[in-house]
Design a protein around this ligand. Structure first.
Ligand code: CAA
Length: 501
């Protein structure tokens, strides 16, 4: 029997629950919103009023439309009010014991035909379904933050889900104006299984002192083209939720890459949860003083190229092009011995070039990323002054400088290449198609291109080589190129997406 889904319950009206309630109400569906106590209920109402109020002020909604949307949502603290709902979505904190207790109650109060859905980000839908007498009518319906904006819904079916139910729920997602991607029940599904390891990796690299919070955010936004930097996104998702997702991934995979970075636990324990608590990686800090921005005072610059492996220091194409740009901008270029600043347009380890120079303190490594970013790597011998001068010089050349240590991949490669490798591994495991993975990351996280589209654009060999360098440096098995990626490069295949056509 096809479900009609005319009245929908949402349990938990935090950021996600309130957003989900708004999505249903906007689609003309009656919503019963449930919270545990009157205070939480008022905060939930506030989320909805705030979000629709913003749409009103931007001219996206009229006053009448807003009133209609808000009028469709009934607020209550009683689960019993869900008895007539055709579908109930749970959006409470990411703790299995809470979810299992709630589903036992929902099973009791909801009519037998009702579908029970969880918005869990990573926990087992199967385990949640097993607490009910209707596991066949339990699915995952996973929205993305901000729910009114992000177009993806992951529909998660378990081995117990009734035939046809996932398709019905996917149809409902389409009715909401969303694009569904239906997957089986694995921790993190598609998006969080790919996104959180990358965000966690960024937190680990920050702890290791690879670069600063702001430079890493800038690198991934302007260099990799993502809509937000990893720390801004961790704050949006919530550090507690992010921590719990990593835990769930780790419990299933036992992969080091999924173990939450210690800094996440520290922040969560301190109550610094991100946007919802007012402060996480960002927030409540004095703005940077622009007058302290570095001014280049180097009178002479030398540019060297060549890979560190051949280590010749002979100028190659990229170095020559960069030297020309410097000259055009009025900088005096000179021989290495005479230069105040030496810029090595090369791969890491930059230190291998530094030790061959008469003044290694004057050398920085440079990696140009896209049109906007330049990564500036300091070695253990680089003087702070030289690094500062390099930043200023790049600013004059119209590039945003990202400072980092002399480590494989600089910042963008270190974070992006393993992220893309994870997508290849996911595809190789048979969990999801390339199209679904690309759709999920574009519509769930606002990526300008999905991971497979990015792989093709960057070049399979470039990414494979980047991964090899990372693996050689860190010896982390998750950085080893996915066998499929290696094989495609060996076979001379240029587009990984050719496999799916
Ligand atoms: N609620 C409602 N609407 C919102 C909103 C919110 N919290 N935040 C932004 N919007 C709306 C704005 O009103 C605006 O709408 P209009 O164009 O109609 O005016 C639109 O979104 C764009 O907003 P802004 O112009 O203010 O900001 P932006 O262009 O920088 O976009 C963003 C903001 C949509 C959040 C964008 O930065 C983005 O896509 N970021 C990536 C977010 C992401 O990755 N989310 C997934 C996280 S993972 C997850 O949620 C799953 C999980 O289980 C943890």
């Amino acid at each position: 029997m096809a479900s009609t889904f005319e009245t929908v319950g949402v349990v938990g009206l935090g950021t996600m629950g309130a957003g989900i309630a708004e999505v249903f109400a906007r689609a003309g569906i009656a919503v019963v919103g449930v919270e545990t106590d009157p205070g939480a209920l008022e905060r939930g109402r506030g989320h909805l009023e705030g979000s629709t109020g913003r749409a009103l002020s931007r001219g996206r909604l009229t006053e009448a439309e807003r009133a209609e949307i808000l009028g469709r949502v009934a607020f209550t603290t009683s689960l019993e009010d869900l008895s007539d709902c055709d579908l109930v979505i749970e959006a409470i904190p990411e703790v299995m014991d809470f979810k299992r207790a709630l589903f036992t109650d929902l099973d009791r109060v909801c009519k037998p035909s009702a579908v029970l859905a969880t918005n869990t980000s990573s926990l087992s839908v199967t385990a949640i379904a097993a607490t009910t007498t209707r596991p066949g009518r339990v699915v995952g319906m996973h929205f993305f933050n901000p729910a009114p904006v992000m177009r993806l819904v992951e529909v998660v079916r378990t081995v117990s889900t009734e035939d046809g139910l996932a398709e019905e729920v996917a149809g409902l997602a389409r009715r909401l104006g969303k694009t569904p991607v239906t997957v089986a029940d694995r921790a993190g599904f598609v998006v969080n299984r790919l996104l959180l390891p990358y965000l966690n990796h960024a937190a680990a690299l920050l702890e290791q002192g690879l670069s600063t919070r702001d430079d890493i955010d800038t690198a991934m936004r302007l260099g990799a083209g993502l809509p937000m930097g990893p720390f801004a996104l961790l704050d949006l998702i919530g550090l507690d939720t992010s921590y719990e997702i990593c835990e769930a991934l780790f419990r299933e995979s036992r992969e080091r890459r999924h173990a939450p970075a210690p800094v996440l636990r520290e922040f969560v324990t301190a109550g610094l949860l991100g946007r919802k608590s007012g402060r996480g990686f960002h927030g409540e800090e004095p703005p940077a003083n622009p007058s302290s921005e570095e001014k280049p005072s180097a009178s002479t610059v030398a540019v060297v190229g060549g890979t560190a492996a051949n280590g010749t220091g002979a100028a190659d194409g990229a170095a020559e092009a960069f030297a020309e740009r410097l000259s055009a901008a009025g900088f005096k270029t000179t021989a290495v011995e005479d230069a105040d600043l030496v810029v090595a347009v090369s791969r890491t380890p930059v230190i291998e070039q530094a030790v061959r120079l008469p003044h290694p303190a004057r050398l920085v490594g440079l990696n140009l990323v896209g049109d906007q970013v330049a990564e500036v790597a300091s070695t253990v011998l680089t003087s702070p002054g030289a690094a500062q001068v390099a930043r200023g010089l790049l600013r004059i050349l119209g590039r945003t400088a990202v400072s980092c240590r002399d480590r494989a991949g600089f910042v963008v490669g270190a974070l992006l290449h393993p992220h893309l490798n994870d997508a290849v591994r996911m595809y190789e495991s048979g969990y999801a198609s390339m199209e679904d993975i690309d759709t999920a990351m574009r519509l769930g996280c606002g990526y300008p291109a999905g991971p497979f589209e990015m792989l093709d654009r960057l070049g399979l060999e470039t990414v494979r080589d980047g991964l090899r360098a990372l693996y050689a440096e860190y010896r982390d098995p998750s950085f080893a190129p996915a066998p499929l990626l290696d094989q495609l490069v060996t076979a001379g295949v240029r587009s990984i997406r050719d496999l799916s056509s």
